[in-house]
Write a protein that binds this ligand. Structure first.
Ligand code: ATP
Ligand code: LTN
Length: 338
């Protein structure tokens, strides 16, 4: 009997810092779902990564469950793509400490997400968890011998750092970690804010008009698209000097399975009014199946809990084995294991 080769391991995570946006969907969730049969997957709701954003425990719990339900509603199949909460597997936090010993202060200081999120803030307003964030993310990825990390463009630098950390640990202690690669698609990897098209769409943006949430109902979508900023001329054309319309065209193109030039041809001579109306209809239509599934999970919240617990049990087996290998390699612990 021939044995089939091991499928590459995919790992990715999402912060339960709010409700998932169309940016999270087009840049991440949609790709996770589309590729799930090809890979040996693990997906994670990275709750420890959201501790500095959420201070209300009820909101934390609601968001974890809401995000899990959204991912299942979007098509994540727990049989082949287990989903779990990061804090249900204590080795994520444990490995973070070990990896901090092979991570340089300078490397963390250079992370653009850290610089962006802390710009203009006083030292007292910056939690050290924001600085340390990429080490926890490296632990998430390296604990599971992940080969591929499907993420949006904003996470490229963090995956690069994860590779450097893995290489450094391997050089010091011997081959321990798989060195992962980022899997970033050409389209959809950077959906921009509907209000400030030079800024990435983000679920924690205080301006709710800047994003479409996957849970938004049709009247909300209609209003948000109507208010979305456009560029000074009235042509539906994609170009670097038309970031607002280019972004809306990108969203349209992915959902309609059309290239940007096909979208441009489709709307030639039509102007923003008809474009926004069609984009609204397309978004409503694309989100309808997700909404239907979300209603099903809302009626059966225990099913979401059960799936998360199952996912954590599977992840724990892998994480325990890896962490014990890491502890053996570094020599910590009282066992004198060699
Ligand atoms: P936050 O506002 O809390 O920073 P976020 O909306 O930026 O959240 P994350 O939870 O940090 O989202 O990211 C989850 C995944 O979604 C990551 O793979 C990230 O790269 C991707 N992603 C986030 N925003 C976008 C976007 N605007 N376009 C494409 N992909 C995105
Ligand atoms: N930092 C990521 C979320 C995240 C992640 C991960 C993504 C945490 N751990 C591991 C991929 C793999 C973000 O999107 N802000």
């Amino acid at each position: 009997m021939s044995t089939s080769p091991r499928k590459p391991r995919v790992f990715s995570g999402m912060r339960p810092s709010g409700t998932a946006t169309i940016g999270n969907y087009l840049g991440a969730i949609r790709n996770w779902v589309a590729q799930q049969a090809e890979y040996d997957n693990l997906f994670c709701i990275v709750d420890l990564h959201a501790l500095d954003t959420l201070t209300d425990p009820n909101e934390m719990r609601d968001n974890i469950h809401g995000l899990a339900a959204t991912m299942f509603a979007a098509g994540l199949d727990p049989e082949i793509a287990p989903l779990f909460a990061q804090s249900d597997v204590p080795q994520h936090a444990e490995l973070t400490w070990t990896l901090s010993a092979v991570t340089q202060f300078g490397e963390l200081s250079r992370m653009t997400q850290f610089k962006d999120k802390t710009a203009g803030k006083s030292d007292a307003a910056i939690n050290s968890s924001m600085f340390f964030y990429p080490v926890l993310m490296a632990s998430d990825i390296l604990l599971y011998d992940s080969d591929l990390v499907p993420v949006g463009d904003d996470q490229r630098q963090h995956v690069e750092l994860t590779r450097d950390i893995a290489n450094r640990f391997n050089a010091r202690y011997g081959e321990t970690f798989v060195v992962p690669k980022a899997d970033i698609k050409e389209v959809g990897a950077r959906i921009m804010s509907l209000q400030e098209p030079t800024k990435k769409m983000s679920k924690t943006d205080p301006n709710v008009n800047s994003f479409i949430a996957l849970s938004d109902e049709s009247d909300v979508i209609k209003r948000k698209i109507k208010r979305a900023v456009t560029d000074s001329d009235a042509r539906v054309a994609a170009s670097p000097d038309k970031p607002a319309v280019s972004n809306l065209m990108q969203i349209y193109g992915i959902l309609a399975d059309m290239s940007l030039s096909e979208v441009e041809d489709h709307f030639a001579g039509k102007g923003y009014g008809p474009f926004k109306a069609e984009l609204t209809d397309l978004l409503v239509e694309s989100l309808a199946p997700i909404h239907e599934n979300l209603r099903m999970f809302a009626a059966n919240p225990d099913e979401v809990t059960r799936r998360l617990e199952d996912g954590a049990a599977k992840a724990r087996v892998l994480a325990e084995a890896k962490m014990s290998d890491v502890n053996r390699k570094t020599g910590v612990g009282g066992k004198l294991h060699r």
